[in-house]
Design a protein around this ligand. Structure first.
Ligand SMILES: Cc1cc2nc3c(=O)[nH]c(=O)nc-3n(C[C@H](O)[C@H](O)[C@H](O)COP(=O)(O)OP(=O)(O)OC[C@H]3O[C@@H](n4cnc5c(N)ncnc54)[C@H](O)[C@@H]3O)c2cc1C
Length: 394
């Protein structure tokens, strides 16, 4: 029997990749650094391009049970909340082949984890950090650091799905000068109990408020009982590291946002949040290659992106599908399959990295240019705005 493919990281990317590879007949070991597999953070929008893939991996009923399907996205002028465009999502299923869904991250990850645990071709080891690896004479050998010391594992391939600060990436391309850098933007994230939110903001809809140098996204989760709120502001870095180490109370964050001139409902929503988590947003320039020999990268390890198109996890899921397809198409050769996977994915993922950055700039326009932007959005309307996203969702 050939050696298994090892996946570093049991995030949404690593778990999806394991399911796709197992479907393609591969034996998989996932090595996860953390002692417990759990998602930090709050909500996640899963657009139809990823939803279709998850359904194809057999997760439809598990996901439908925990998802909420927002009926629309409202793009709002931040200073008074007026809706510039309402993007109707109610026909996403027939239009894009899957509904537009939002999840509590933990619910999505649990659904993926349970599916992986149930698959006999997938083994998951926690407290196992992938360190370095060597590839000699077609033999790949990697070291996993765990509680019991260092274990040497033979693999037929290694997929680095180990997130934005990927150790596999650092080891694969040691000469790349592409360390993560602070983007100048920070996300503050909180879950607000629905009963504390202004009544006008409790609908089963997603909302985007645009302010000068800031924007806010919120949508309901778990049958509407909580509202996931993300406030993105341009600010000086507060800490050198990417970890979420700070928290602000609602009134403190409201004071920080107030100079941007948010509408009253938005300010009330922010005030209602307790313990806003600090999430500085880091970026890396897109790589020109993701693979070398029998080692490749996937998800945030390959193409970290700013979250303004809500496509980071979706792109990790697209990567997973492409990886599985490469093996199904090409048979057993790991190097050929990884090269095929990279070829099929790198242009689209890199384009979305760049487009996500531009989207943030667009949301944050200030002064007279923001009036022109708002006018253009109104003129385009919900249908026109949705049509602009067709290349993402198709
Ligand atoms: C504010 C915000 C909002 C977002 N909203 C959306 C959204 O609405 N929709 C969307 O699609 N995307 C969104 N994203 C992006 C999305 O969260 C990420 O793109 C996605 O979670 C990446 O998944 P991943 O599996 O590639 O990496 P990660 O989730 O980072 O998982 C990596 C895993 O690898 C493990 N690991 C790390 N190092 C090692 C090692 N050496 N050995 C073994 N294991 C290791 C980690 O513990 C972790 O479990 C958002 C991001 C942010 C910051």
């Amino acid at each position: 029997m050939s050696a298994p493919i090892v996946i570093a990281g049991a995030g949404i990317g690593g778990l999806s990749a394991a399911l796709a590879l197992a479907r393609a007949g591969k034996r998989v070991i996932i090595l996860e650094r953390a002692a417990k597999i759990e998602e930090v953070g709050a909500g996640l929008q899963i657009a139809p391009n990823a939803g279709r893939i998850l359904a194809g991996l057999g997760l439809e009923s598990a996901l439908a049970a925990v998802a909420l399907e927002p009926q629309a996205i409202n793009i709002r002028r931040g200073r008074d909340g007026s809706v510039l465009a309402r993007l109707d999502l109610s026909d996403s299923g027939s239009r894009w082949g899957a509904p537009f869904r939002v999840f509590h991250r933990a619910d999505l990850q649990q659904a993926l984890l349970q599916a992986a645990l149930a698959h006999e071709a997938i083994e998951i080891r926690t407290s196992a950090r992938v360190g370095d690896f060597t590839e000699r004479s077609g033999r790949l050998s990697l070291r996993a650091h765990g509680e019991g010391g260092v274990e040497e594992i033979d693999a037929s391939g290694l997929v680095g799905a180990d997130g934005q600060r990927s150790a596999v990436r650092a080891h694969l391309f040691p000469t790349e000068r592409d360390a993560p850098y602070y983007s100048g933007l920070t996300a503050w994230r909180a879950l607000v109990p629905a009963e504390l939110a202004p009544a006008a903001l409790r609908a089963r809809e997603s909302n985007l408020w645009m302010l000068p140098g800031a924007h806010v996204v919120h949508y309901p989760l778990r049958d509407g009982s909580i509202i996931n709120v993300v406030v993105i502001v341009a600010e000086e870095p507060r800490a050198a590291d990417g970890a979420a180490i700070l928290a602000l109370e609602g009134p403190e964050l409201a004071r920080l946002l107030a100079p941007k001139g948010p509408g009253a409902d938005l300010l009330s929503l922010v005030q209602a949040g307790a313990s806003w988590r600090h999430w500085p947003l880091f970026a890396r320039p897109p790589l020109s290659k993701w693979s070398r020999g029998a080692v490749t990268l996937l998800g945030d390890a390959a193409h970290p992106m700013l979250p303004f198109l809500a496509q980071g996890a979706a792109q990790a899921i697209e990567d997973a599908a492409a990886l599985g397809t490469a093996f199904l198409r090409l048979g057993v050769g790991v190097e050929a399959a990884f090269a095929d996977y990279e070829r099929s994915r790198i242009a689209r993922a890199s384009r979305i990295v760049r487009a996500s950055r531009r989207q943030g700039d667009y949301f944050h326009i200030s002064g007279p240019a923001s009036v022109a932007r708002d006018f253009a959005i109104r003129a385009l309307g919900g249908r026109g705005m949705l049509a602009r996203n067709a290349w993402l969702y198709r």
